[in-house]
Design a protein around this ligand. Structure first.
Ligand code: COA
Length: 308
């Protein structure tokens, strides 16, 4: 409701806003900031990407990698688009959580685009791996939850992309694997690290060294995915979980991600990260609202991370 009201105000601003900020100046500075942000995003046409489809519904942003004829393989353009769409994820206050999935019924992402490998020098291939890793770090460190809906093959860079998300849901036809050894390669977008983190060294090394694939139910048993559902129920399953998360305090949700990520970051002491994050949360209007709502026996209405 608030979001609709702000949107309406934003549209009224378009009729009267003359670039001087006159209307906004009459408003308290924090409201002005929200209005200006809402104004900016409400009036911007959706950003188009050549290899991605995006949609925003109920504050859940769905990113669909859209190269179904190539099983959504990650070519340079997809990586460029993913990096750009992450700017949107990080900055658009209407986006509270994100789904990443693949186009078509067959594949999430079947890997890095092998056709772009030929002719790469050693230095260029290292730069490619570094660029992919940097994008996947941005996914992993996003303060907004990002869920992979794995709707088919998640191989090579596709498995790595899914593993960089905060958790994964698979359709029953999903297949996971790091088949790079078949190409004389190893994973380059973080796969050797995150696979060990998620399923343990023994299972990870077996997959990495054999290039064999995991079916969805084995992935569930290994803890690589949280749920296996029918393909037609995949997005709905993710949306129902994200709808719950979206009602929680956004800053606290982001701090959960940061603290959990610290477990795997050797430069950080996770317990210290937790203490700092706890203190930071304590200092937020969301904490005041959450604790007050509990004492008043009503549902909290958090305002920190979005406009709705
Ligand atoms: N890079 C580039 N193109 C790819 C690709 C990849 N990683 N994975 C699939 N494609 C392309 C195929 O070349 C084919 O294109 P074409 O129709 O122009 O020939 C199209 O996607 C469909 O794939 P296809 O192999 O015909 O489908 P399939 O059902 O027979 O096999 C896979 C599916 C996933 C088993 C098979 O495509 C495969 O092994 N892909 C490579 C997986 C891989 O090694 N990933 C790691 C890369 S580092």
């Amino acid at each position: 409701m608030i979001s609709r009201r702000i949107l309406r105000i934003g549209l009224e601003l378009t009729e009267t806003f003359d670039g001087t900020g006159r209307i906004a100046r009459h408003l308290p500075i924090n409201i002005r900031h929200h209005l200006n942000t809402a104004y900016t995003f409400a009036l911007k046409p959706p950003i188009m990407y050549s290899t991605l489809l995006t949609s925003l519904e109920e504050n859940i942003f769905t990113i669909t990698i859209n190269r179904p004829d190539k099983l959504n393989a990650l070519n340079k353009q997809v990586l460029t688009d993913l990096n750009a769409v992450l700017d949107e994820v990080y900055t658009n206050p209407h986006i509270k959580s994100v789904i990443i999935t693949g186009s078509g019924p067959k594949a999430f992402v079947a890997g890095a685009d092998i056709s772009e490998f030929s002719g790469l020098t050693k230095e260029q291939s290292k730069a490619l791996a570094k660029a992919g890793q940097d994008i996947f770090f941005r996914i992993e460190n996003s303060p907004k939850p990002i869920v992979a809906c794995v709707n088919g093959f998640a191989l090579g860079g596709g498995c790595e992309l899914a593993m960089s998300c905060h958790f994964r849901i698979a359709s029953d036809n999903a297949k996971f694997g790091q088949p790079e050894v078949n190409l004389g390669l190893i994973p380059g977008y973080g796969g050797t690290q995150r696979l060990v983190q998620l399923i343990g060294k023994g299972r990870a090394l077996e997959l990495l060294m054999s290039g064999s694939l995991l079916d969805a139910n084995t992935a569930l048993q290994y803890g690589l995915v949280n749920y296996v559902v029918l393909q037609e129920e995949l997005l709905q399953k993710a949306k129902s979980i994200l709808a719950i998360i979206n009602t929680k305090a956004p800053i606290a949700v982001g701090k959960c991600i940061a603290a959990a990520n610290a477990v795997f970051d050797e430069t950080k002491n996770g317990y210290e990260v937790e203490v700092t994050a706890f203190g930071d949360c304590f200092d937020t209007p969301d904490r005041v609202e959450g604790t007050t709502a509990f004492l008043e026996k009503r549902k909290p209405n958090f305002s920190s991370g979005g406009l709705s």
